[in-house]
Design a protein around this ligand. Sequence first.
Ligand SMILES: O=P(O)(O)OC[C@@]1(O)O[C@H](CO)[C@@H](O)[C@@H]1O
Length: 333
Amino acid sequence: MIVTLTPNPSLDRTIELAGPIERGEVQRAVAAHSEPGGKGVNICRALEASGISSLAILPGDADDPVLLALTSQSIPHLGLPIGAPLRSNVAITEPDGTTTKLNEPGPVLSLAQQDALVELVLEQSVGASWLVLAGSVPPGVPDDFYARIIGELRTRLGSHAPKVAVDSSGGPLAAAALAHPDLLKPNGEELAELSGLFDGDTLEANPDLVVDAARVLIAGGVGAVLATLGAKGAVLVTAAESWLATTPPMLAVSTVGAGDSALAGYLLQSNLGASAPDCLRQAAAHGAAAASLPGSTVPALHQTNPSAVTVTDLAPVLASEPVLATHPKEDDQ
Ligand SMILES: O=P(O)(O)OC[C@@]1(O)O[C@H](CO)[C@@H](O)[C@@H]1O
């Protein structure tokens, strides 16, 4: 069983345009759809689609559209009632694959609600193989929320605690990185910010340099780093080894949730006891498949093509003069 916590879930609304977005103009959409979202929710949707048992923990009332959608899609979940509507996030997609994402702040979580959410996570983590702490934290929640959960989990469950993966950004990601998670899943920009090495564009264009940046985090106590690099693939760095996974070129339809799907692919194989390079291979295959699907749609295992993924060994470059290059972002936003 894989448990995810999404403290700031959303109803993801995708609006498809027939041409480029025009600021300040009225434009007609060709299609629109809604899906229950938030990073941990997407990971559970991807795992369930492949028959891997999971539980999505999130704040939200039973009659909130996000929870109603999870129920109707038979995604196992536990909602903590908060008496307020969850947020709606909007993605605007253009025919060339460009995705523009507008994320609301989300409802405030009181201290009592935060404590209740932590308690729910600790209770449900007993017997789980992984706990995934995913996404932004809503207003009122301090940056050390994920770090606190990792600490309390290990104090309470000791050697029975599940492995912890973190997929977040900004302050919550930085604080969680110091709490020794087993796996961190940054994109190039997040890894650059966390490590203080290079910038996001440089890392996304130069997977070799990702190893140097990830090693900074591993030296600080992070178990392994799975860095998703959009069209450039993904890099997995452990204490001793590192690999790059690349996929054949493709035109992205919507990159929303591609990073979440990549993490789901990794966890899926990890749960089956696969080797680190095979976990990475599935991560890249899941990420590519997600980018080929509209909106926040997540792929099932049978919709991915791991045999088309090339996995190669990487070594740290420790470049004294980083290569300057840019690359369009295609990771999830
Ligand atoms: O605002 P956050 O919590 O950072 O990200 C939320 C979000 O953009 O992440 C998912 C894609 O990764 C979407 O389902 C959702 O709308």
